[in-house]
Design a binder for this molecule. Structure first.
Ligand SMILES: Nc1ncnc2c1ncn2[C@@H]1O[C@H](COP(=O)(O)OP(=O)(O)OP(=O)(O)O)[C@@H](O)[C@H]1O
Length: 261
């Protein structure tokens, strides 16, 4: 199999704004990518393309070997796991947690009258347990804390056994312990031999799980740098990305950054 995701000169324009500017990017099956960039850099737009929810204005995007524009996106989408605030906002608050996860099989939000078999139920419970929220399966989504909801969303994203897992700021809004717990969980997922190619969007280098392999730095819709983390992520590239002088420090397997003057 070739790359899981292959963007070539992808440009997106909306209302005269360039959201993505000739982005070329290739993600292989064994890759674990972090996409870093400031507010408005185009990160969410990039995930919209990668999840077959938006088409390039120009350029080409191939996802799981299928080219956008020449494939039925409704067949492609179940092969891609996506956890994002936009999806979370659409989850009914009265929905049972296990239904939030299991309904991903039908790519629906809000369980209605679909029927699921025992295997589906077992998988949903296994995923919730793996994500550390197995005890909340019978609760409603609205009663969970922000951190617990993030974990449920990731379980939902994994429900269809996707070939590509996309997560848009999964640690946003979490307290320190919640963030650290989630980073550990994301690291476990990334290390799992059966895990799909993964892309994690974040604003913060502190949220990069140790085993993530590659980084894409995005600013104003354009790629500042992309490649293996150790070669690509530096004080210089991070400063250019965020438009301020930053000092990046690697301690152990984690990263921190702060203004350097
Ligand atoms: N329909 C639209 N028309 C015009 N501009 C848009 C449209 N949709 C998004 N934008 C702009 O495109 C830019 C990129 O948005 P995007 O949500 O991809 O950024 P982001 O990197 O995810 O930002 P954040 O970190 O704040 O979530 C933003 O400046 C946004 O205002």
């Amino acid at each position: 199999m070739g790359p899981v995701l292959e963007l070539t000169d992808v440009t997106i324009t909306r209302n005269g704004n360039t959201l993505l500017d000739r982005v070329s990017w290739s993600v292989d099956e064994s890759d674990r990518w972090v996409v870093l960039g400031p507010n408005g850099a185009g990160k969410t737009t990039l995930l919209q393309i990668a999840s077959a929810r938006m088409h390039p204005t120009s350029g080409t995007a191939a996802i799981l070997g299928e080219t956008l524009g020449a494939v039925d996106v409704f067949e492609l989408r179940p092969r891609i796991g996506l956890a994002s605030a936009a999806i979370a906002d659409r989850i009914p608050r009265h929905e049972r947690v296990d239904d939030v996860v299991i309904s991903a099989s039908y790519a629906v939000l809000g369980r209605w009258r679909e029927t699921y078999d025992t295997l589906d139920h077992d998988r949903a419970h296994k995923l919730l347990t793996w994500l550390g929220v197995g005890d909340y399966a019978d609760r409603t989504f609205g009663t969970l804390s922000e951190g617990e909801r993030k974990r449920v969303q990731i379980a939902r994203a994994l429900m269809t056994d996707p070939e590509l897992l996309l997560m848009d700021e999964p640690a946003a809004g979490l307290d320190l312990a919640g963030r650290e717990g989630l980073v550990r969980t994301l690291d476990e997922i990334a290390n799992d031999g059966l895990a799909p190619a993964t892309v994690l969007v974040t604003h913060h280098v502190e949220e990069i799980p140790p085993s993530f392999t590659h980084v894409l730095l995005l600013r104003n819709g354009g790629v500042v740098a992309a490649g293996p983390i150790r070669e690509t992520l530096s004080s210089a590239s991070l400063s250019e990305t965020f438009g301020m002088s930053l000092k990046l420090v690697r301690s152990g397997q984690r990263w921190t950054a702060r203004a350097s003057r």
